[in-house]
Design a protein around this ligand. Structure first.
Ligand code: PMP
Length: 385
């Protein structure tokens, strides 16, 4: 069988299982999207604070932009000539804000998660990863030489048992988790993880704050800031493409680790650095995040209202955040439900395997601070129908 014959057959199978994906054609109008002529509120993006939908921010940024700063390419990797001063300024600002020795910026969260673990692990490292960590982390783990064991989602009792089992025989043990989980919207207990780490000298913590950066903590640095444990997390990663309305990702860490990654991390070394223009926008947003408490509060209030409404209706709701899945089960049913909600004016999409485990297809509601309480009430009505 040729490659083309095989993949044609596989695509037919995906279609039959209602798991075939297609790229949607859509246009954006602030917090709305227009798809097939239908204008809907976008509840499927990661623009959690509504900053990407906010024209006034872009206008303000453009007003202060000079031609020299409007640099749409870095033309090189950072190790050659791509290390524009804006990179140093952004990393200094991140390290200052997090109170860490250093920070390192990457082209995206996928690169960060794909590259950090392979760069630091040896065959004597054991990785213990939560069962629901993101694909970018799984791929990074696969690329590393470490032994990996997955623990049941948020099950710290099982995690401790695994630490006990592996602690003596390895050089180092890295516990890998997200802070807010991307699909269930629930949270890891960071304080409990830190307490566990303190009991075992070889344990390090890797926490991905992709869905928490900008949203939690007094100045929006994430759950680690909220839980006052930034200094206890060895690899604290976050992304700029979600609440921060930009692109790229960061690691805040010590100087030693930064120096090592610059030398050894392949997705850092072998890629053209993000455009300086993008970094200038990221810095512009980063400086405004502390003052966005009102948006964070509004998002939390919306989230609490929706979670309460679902629970009152007896629906399963694992969420503890602004990511709120409507658990459905079969993919075909999730597609029908999403279609119905779209007809009510809410752009919601089915999330199906392989993004989520078989039989757990769902509609992932990504709430945004751009939504009003009235619009949320309309959404709840639409869910009822
Ligand atoms: N980590 C998590 C938990 C994610 O959900 C994602 C993307 N959705 C990433 C990392 C990847 O980040 P990026 O989109 O910047 O590549």
């Amino acid at each position: 069988m040729t490659i083309y014959e095989r993949i044609a057959e596989e695509l037919d199978k995906l279609e039959a299982q209602s798991n075939l994906r297609r790229l949607p054609h859509l246009t954006h109008q602030e917090k709305h999207v227009v798809v097939n002529g239908r204008k809907m509120i976008n509840l499927s993006s990661n623009d959690y604070l509504g900053l990407a939908a906010d024209r006034s921010l872009r206008e303000e940024f453009l007003q202060q932009l000079t031609v020299d700063e409007f640099m749409p390419t870095s033309s090189s990797s950072r190790l050659l000539t791509g290390n524009f001063t804006i990179y140093d300024r952004l990393e200094e600002e991140l390290a200052n804000r997090f109170g860490t020795e250093a920070a390192l910026v990457f082209n995206c969260g996928y690169h960060a998660n794909n590259g950090i673990l392979p760069a630091v692990c040896t065959s004597q490292t054991v990785i213990l990863a939560d069962k629901l960590v993101h694909a970018s982390l799984i791929d990074g783990i696969r690329l590393s030489n470490a032994t990996c064991v997955r623990y049941r989602h948020n099950d710290l009792t099982q995690l401790q048992r695994l630490i006990e089992k592996h602690h003596a025989q390895c050089d180092q043990l890295i516990v890998v988790t997200e802070s807010v989980f991307s699909m269930d919207g629930d949270r890891a207990d960071l304080r409990a993880l830190v307490a566990l780490k303190r009991q075992y000298p070889k344990v390090m913590l890797y926490v991905d704050e992709a869905h928490a950066f900008g949203l939690y903590g007094p100045t929006g640095l994430g759950c680690a800031e909220e839980e006052s444990c930034i200094a206890d997390i060895d690899f604290l990663v976050g992304t700029f493409g979600k609440a921060a309305a930009s692109a790229g990702a960061y690691l805040v860490c010590n100087r030693l680790l930064r120096q090592w990654l610059i030398n050894k991390m392949r997705p850092f070394i072998f890629t053209t650095a993000l455009p300086p223009l993008q970094m200038a926008w990221t810095l512009f947003i980063l400086r405004r995040l502390p003052a966005m408490g009102q948006r964070r509060l509004h998002l939390q209030q919306l989230s609490a209202s929706l979670r309460d409404a679902l629970r009152q209706r007896g629906m399963e709701c694992p969420s503890e955040s602004h990511i709120i899945p409507l658990m459905i089960g079969p993919s075909s049913e999730a597609i029908l439900r999403a279609d119905a909600l779209q007809r009510h004016g809410f752009y919601l999409l089915p999330v199906r395997p392989p993004t989520v485990p078989e039989g757990t297809s769902r509609i992932r509601i990504s709430l945004t601070a751009a939504l009003t309480q009235e619009e949320l009430q309309q959404l709840i009505k639409a869910i009822d129908e």
